[in-house]
Design a protein around this ligand. Structure first.
Ligand code: NAP
Length: 303
């Protein structure tokens, strides 16, 4: 069997088109566009390229976007004052603080200073609580898990009653996606098991999964014999395993990326599978844009 590929690049285009259409409609009807500010502290190259991509996407959708770059030695109080300024800025619907922050800044303190109603990353404890309660309480589901759920739903995969196994229990992927998949509602209502380094017989759990979501950060952790034939395999892992010359510019080296699943073998057993790269990766920024639009809609009372 050869699995159907779930391409994040294609699903991203569908969702971005939907967002752009909605932005245009709201602009016509209400004279407002979503406002997103990205706060970047220092010049970490990986953060810069990620932020650049966010800005490009926000531009394409007609958002009002601000990139606020601060020096690496900004005192913590100044960063907190900056967040306070954007919390009180009516034109801003989403505030994103690019992580990691330098060591002298308490990351938790900074994230907790965000207005939960502008926390489009969904990491503020109030939004984590809202996600746990589920249903109408949820404002901003965290972006990577929200992207995973969209991929499953838009691929027409039945989640109700499905055995979902999540490998990994991080706050940004494992815990929230597990929580989202067992809620009572569309695109969820599944029976969820979360496995981690303390789990015995990891393989036996994975073998039961109708939907296997792997977010461990270990290349090729999931072996083909752990996969239930015909199941859906979502590989969240992004592991740099080497370098190769770029296709665009052979003089430039680019990272060789691998997921947490042995893709070549797994695609012969699974019914659906996400590639790495081009699978879950493109969904994260897409869902950030969706959350920012949602934030404006909440404010306008048009949810
Ligand atoms: P993380 O914080 O390092 O968490 C990894 C989780 O996997 C932990 O809960 C850990 O268990 C578990 N784990 C690690 N090795 C394991 C093993 N051998 N057996 C069972 N469980 C194991 O990682 P993360 O932030 O969730 O990210 C996971 C992967 O997803 C990374 O490759 C990351 O780059 C990728 N990622 C991609 C996107 C995207 O595409 N947009 C977004 C976020 C993350 P313990 O809790 O027991 O230590």
């Amino acid at each position: 069997m050869s699995a159907k590929l779930i391409k994040g690049t294609e699903i991203r285009e569908q969702i971005l088109t939907e967002i752009a259409d909605e932005v245009a409609t709201i602009k016509r009807g209400h004279g407002a566009v979503p406002g997103l500010v990205t706060i970047l502290v220092g010049e970490n190259p990986a953060s810069i390229s990620y932020v650049t991509l966010k800005i490009k996407t926000a531009h394409r959708l007609g958002f009002n976007e601000i990139q606020d770059t601060q020096p690496i030695d900004i005192p913590e109080e100044e960063l907190l004052a900056l967040i306070d300024k954007y919390n009180n800025d009516d034109t801003i619907n989403g505030i994103l603080v690019q992580l990691p922050l330098p060591d002298h800044i308490d990351e938790k303190k900074v994230l907790n200073a965000l207005d939960p109603d502008k926390d489009v990353d969904g990491f503020h404890p109030i939004n984590v609580g809202r996600l746990m309660i589920g249903g109408d309480e949820v404002k901003f589901p965290p972006c990577t898990p929200a992207g995973i759920q969209e991929m499953i739903v838009r691929s027409g995969i039945e989640t109700k009653g499905a055995e979902v196994v999540v490998v990994g229990r991080s706050n940004i992927v494992g815990k929230p996606i597990a929580n989202m998949m067992f809620q009572k509602g569309p695109g969820a209502n599944a029976t969820v098991t979360v496995v981690h380094t303390g789990t015995k017989n990891l393989d036996a759990h994975c073998k039961r999964a109708d939907i296997l979501i792997v977010a461990a950060g270990v290349p090729d952790l999931v072996k083909p014999e752990w996969i239930k034939p015909g199941s859906c395999v979502i590989d969240v892992g992004v592991n740099r395993v080497g370098e190769k010359p770029s296709k665009k510019d052979p003089n430039k080296m680019v990272a060789v990326l691998k997921g947490d699943v042995d893709f070549d073998a797994a695609k012969e057993i699974a019914g659906y599978i996400t590639p790495v790269p081009g699978g879950v990766g493109p969904m994260t920024i897409t869902m950030l844009m969706k959350n920012t639009l949602k934030s404006l809609k909440f404010k306008l009372g048009i949810q």
